[in-house]
Design a protein. Sequence first.
Length: 407
Amino acid sequence: MKVKFLGGAEEVGRLAVRIEEKDTSVMVDYGIIPDKPPKYPLPPEQVNGLFLTHAHLDHCGAMPAYYHSMETSFNSTILTANSIKPLLIDSLKIAGIEGYPRFFNSDDVSLLYENFNEARYGESYDLGNFKITPMSAGHIPGSTMFRFENSASIAVTGDIFTRDTRLLTGARPFKTDVLVIESTYAGKNHEDRDHVIARLKSKVKEVIESGGKVILPTFAVGRTQELAMILADTGYNISVDGMGNSITDIYMHTDGFFRSPSEFRKGIRKTTRIRGQRMRERALESDIIITTSGMLDGGPVLGYIEKLLNDNKSAIFLTGYQVENTNGRSLMENGTLKLAGTTVRPQMQLDFFDLSAHAGHDDLVSFIKAVDPQKVVLCHGEKREELLPDLSQYEVILPMNGQEFTV
């Protein structure tokens, strides 16, 4: 069985894993690094099927490029397939505005869906010589781990989270000979999630009762919806703006992926979803505004911050990882961000609450040991080596982009 990373081996982002045995080959994910301009994986290689683990651009953002020069089946959960379309169309729009190179077009996005094959958790099916089993990854709604079985079995986790959240049940271990697993948080554990949520609610209350407003820059896929559920019982007025509303509409019409569908719907009903500029003006009357983008590099969030820029009673609360060279990273490290090309220093309060949907170091180790594979392939991380002391009983492979190896 041959494995080759076209991206995402020794880095976080643009994951693309090619697996081949006998006459069958598959590609798991084909994403981008959302830089300026975006960084793509190595050029597409012919495969019998594309498999998408979840709807984040660092895993799906380059997928239509496959259909610019070839066609193959596209396999994912229905929720993932539905969720990526607005992301892909938006990325094409941004590339046009910014003048970035585009490696696919809207016709390629359409071809992706013409070749769609739905993957259902726990239901195995065949593609060429592989028997394929999809399993929930617990990362965001619809996220999937894929196991490919032939003479041996190899599984690719994509991004995983092993603990239960308000939104999802965590990933559960399974049996496989070779485990290809992300290592984003190698060397780092997360603060207990219940403690983070309690601290977030306390700080939200403190800001609002002192006369301020809370801006929550957030990711459209998964995080927007989880924050709505977390804050639903606070009694405050909550507005939700940006692409997260489109994703919520998709979630509302796709059953079978949530830990508690009734609690999810209840949380969403407690919010006001902003549609258009007129509602956006009224959203500033809310106590809490949940809005994209999560890294402050676009979306309605910048308009809200501009309006509250000098209000030291109000706050910006970040809840997710801030990639290098983004506005969010600059705000965390320097206290500054760019608005309309001008560097500004908001007078608003700033805090960070770790609601990451990636497994931390100890949870990665526990998951690997529960799976107990013969070989472990660590990818999608910049500090993979920090996991090695805890995995001494396994044969561990640290691949590099573009290098084919045999397992």
